[in-house]
Design a protein around this ligand. Structure first.
Ligand SMILES: [Zn+2]
Length: 97
C-alpha cells in the first residue's frame, strides 16, 4: 500500500519560488487538487531548506473545501536543488558587495 493511500490526503504538486524582497521561499501550487485554484505556502527564510516545508499543510482552499489539508510534493526536485543553489549563490554575492 502506498503512503498516500494510508493518509487519505490529497496530493498537490508545488514548485519553489523565491521572494527576493522578503528573502524567503514560497511553494506555489498552480492548480489545487481540491479546489482548482492557485495556492502559495511559505517555505522559510533563504538560509533554511525550503524542502522541510513539504508534506502535510493546512489547505488554503476557500471555506469548506480544504478538509484536513493536503500533502505538498515537490514537482521537480532536481530543479529545486539547482534553484536553491542558484539563489543562495546570488544572496552571498549581494551580502558580500
Ligand atoms: Zn485548494
Amino acid at each position: 500500500m502506498m503512503a498516500c493511500e494510508v493518509t487519505r490526503l490529497s496530493l498537490n504538486c508545488a514548485r519553489l519560488e523565491y521572494n527576493s524582497s522578503a528573502g524567503c521561499w514560497s511553494w506555489v501550487v498552480p492548480c489545487c487538487s481540491l479546489c482548482g485554484r492557485q495556492h502559495v505556502h511559505g517555505g522559510g527564510s533563504v538560509e533554511s531548506d525550503a524542502r522541510r516545508w513539504l508534506g502535510h499543510r493546512v489547505a488554503h482552499c476557500p471555506t469548506g473545501l480544504g478538509g484536513s489539508g493536503y500533502l505538498l510534493a515537490d514537482v521537480n526536485p532536481r530543479r529545486t536543488l539547482k534553484f536553491i543553489r542558484q539563489i543562495r549563490g546570488c544572496s552571498r554575492r549581494e551580502l558580500a558587495a
